[in-house]
Structure formats: C-alpha cells, structure tokens
Design a protein around this ligand. Structure first.
Ligand code: CO
Length: 299
C-alpha cells in the first residue's frame, strides 16, 4: 500500500516526466544529434532535483524500444523519421514513465492516432476490478480499427517503488490474464502500434542493462563499477554511456559489463526492432488507480 508521501512522490515524478518529455519532443528535428537529445533530457531531470528511472530511449522508425545513444554517438535524427521518446523519472524511488511519438514524415498521422487513441481508451477502461487482459483487448481492438497491428510482445507494466517492472503486465492484446487492478496500483500503459508484422525481435545491440544479482567481479576497478551501479541505479536500468562518463576508462567498463553479463549478474535490454521493419508508434502514460478510475500522473 502506498503512503501519502509515496503518492505525492509519484505525482511529483509524473509531473517532471511530463515536463521533460514535452521539452525533449521539441528537440526532435531532422539533423539533431541523438546524444544531445538524450543528454539534454537527462540533464533537465537532474535540474528538477529528480533522478532517472532508466536511460532516455530514442526509437527511430522500426526501432521500438531500448535504444539509447552511446557516448561517442554521431547519429542524428534522419529526415522523415518517426521518433519515439520514452522518459523515466524517479523521486525517492517513485517512478514516472511516459513516451510520445513525433512524425517528421507527415505521413504517419493515422498510425500515431491509433496508438494515442488506444492509450486514451485504455485509461478510460482502468478502474478497480478491471482485468489487465481485458484492457489489452481494448488496446488491441482500437489499434486494429485503424488498420494497424499492436505489438504483441511489448507490454505496459506495474510500477512499484524502485521497480520499473513489478511483475504484472498490461498487454497490447486481449489475454486471459486475470489480474484485477486495485486502488493504489501504479501502472505504465504503452500501446505500441505498427504497420509491420506486430512483434519485435532482439537485435545484437545492447546499450541498456540492469543489475539482476550482485556477485563478485574479478578486477578491483570492476568492483568500483559494481558499487557505483548498486549505489546509483539499484535494480533500475542504466546506460553503458553513464558508466563511460563516470569511469573514463571504456576498457574497464566494457570488460566489467561483459564479465557481469557472463555471470548472470546483469540483465540486458537488447535494442528491439519491429520484425517486418514496420514503423512503430508509441504513446505512454503512468497512472495511479483510484476508486473511480485512475489519475494520469504523467500529464
Ligand atoms: Co516508458
């Protein structure tokens, strides 16, 4: 159960998420550096007195999630791109998670509308006693009415203090999942719509990790990396880029990450790409379930 303080921290995290997302959205212009966008948003979160709940995700066209620029990134927003920005903020471990899509091509407004409307309808369907699998059904039918496909293997997720993915999911399709929402639950809802095949695949690229099970690392420098992760990110996702900034020696950071992944100490978040190279749109809000329905925290 959330205390009054927790609720006000969730509200604060949500407010900052919304504010930073709105600013980050303005930076989505063809030719703009991805690293600049991510770092600007991350800096704004710090200036608000909050922390990151995960690295700023920038998903271009068929990249659905888990892409964040590297420290030496030269990549820029391509012409005519469809760009998702996904931002996570924490205030005393209470998390806000919100995403939006910008269409620079001017050709994907229906796709964006499908995802945006699915989010609105899911929010309207949220109330104590509603089953998550049925909310998935609302998302699925809304996206299909527009002639697109929901991404079946991406989901919204229950949020708990210090936990971005707290076990329960809100699917993007109808499922028999019987979990019933209850007052005080916090959920991120994120309908992903695509004109591709309707599911994502892992790519080889991994830029984001989270601590799974702490253990021993061989090198003394590596132990410093582990302690830094524990102290600063806990179990929340972090960017390789953040460690490269903190430790200067890329070699040590990379060797430590490799060792920890090999030992099962780190969870990896591979960059996710739509299976049919379809364009992906995503809108996301974090909500707090209350007795009448829900309060949108990231608005
Ligand atoms: Co998100």
């Amino acid at each position: 159960m959330l205390s009054e303080t927790d609720i006000s921290d969730f509200r604060e995290a949500g407010k900052i998420t919304a504010k930073v997302l709105k600013e980050a959205e303005k930076l989505v212009i063809a030719g703009e550096s991805l690293l600049d966008i991510a770092e600007t948003a991350e800096k704004m979160i710090a200036e608000e007195g909050a922390k990151l709940a995960f690295p700023v995700n920038i998903g271009i066209n068929s990249i659905a999630a888990h892409y964040t620029p590297g420290i030496d990134e030269n990549e820029t927003i391509p012409d005519d791109a469809v760009v998702k920005i996904d931002i996570g903020v924490r205030v005393n471990d209470c998390i806000g998670d919100s995403a939006t899509t910008v269409d620079l091509s001017g050709k994907q407004d229906k796709l964006l509308e499908a995802s945006r409307t699915a989010l609105e309808k899911a929010i309207q369907a949220i109330k104590p006693g509603a089953k998550v699998g049925e909310i998935g059904g609302v998302i699925e039918s809304t996206i299909k009415e527009y002639g697109f496909k929901p991404i079946v293997n991406l989901t919204g997720h229950k949020i708990e203090k210090g936990l971005l993915h707290a076990g329960v999911e809100i699917p993007n399709v109808k499922t028999p999942d019987p979990y019933e929402l209850k007052e005080g639950d916090v959920f991120a809802i994120e309908p992903f719509a695509t004109n591709g095949k309707g599911y994502v695949n892992d790519t080889e690229e991994v830029r984001i990790f989270s601590l799974h099970a702490p253990g021993n690392v061989r090198m003394r420098q590596g132990r410093k990396v582990l302690i830094h992760i524990l102290d600063n990110y806990g179990l929340l996702p972090f960017a390789e880029r953040w460690l490269h900034k903190e430790f200067k020696s890329k070699l040590i950071v990379n060797a430590t990450i490799r060792e920890m992944v090999g030992k099962g100490m780190l969870k990896t978040y591979p960059v996710l790409k739509e299976a049919g190279d379809g364009i992906v749109a995503q809108f996301e809000h974090t909500v707090l379930v209350n007795k009448d329905g829900c309060e949108v925290l990231t608005k």
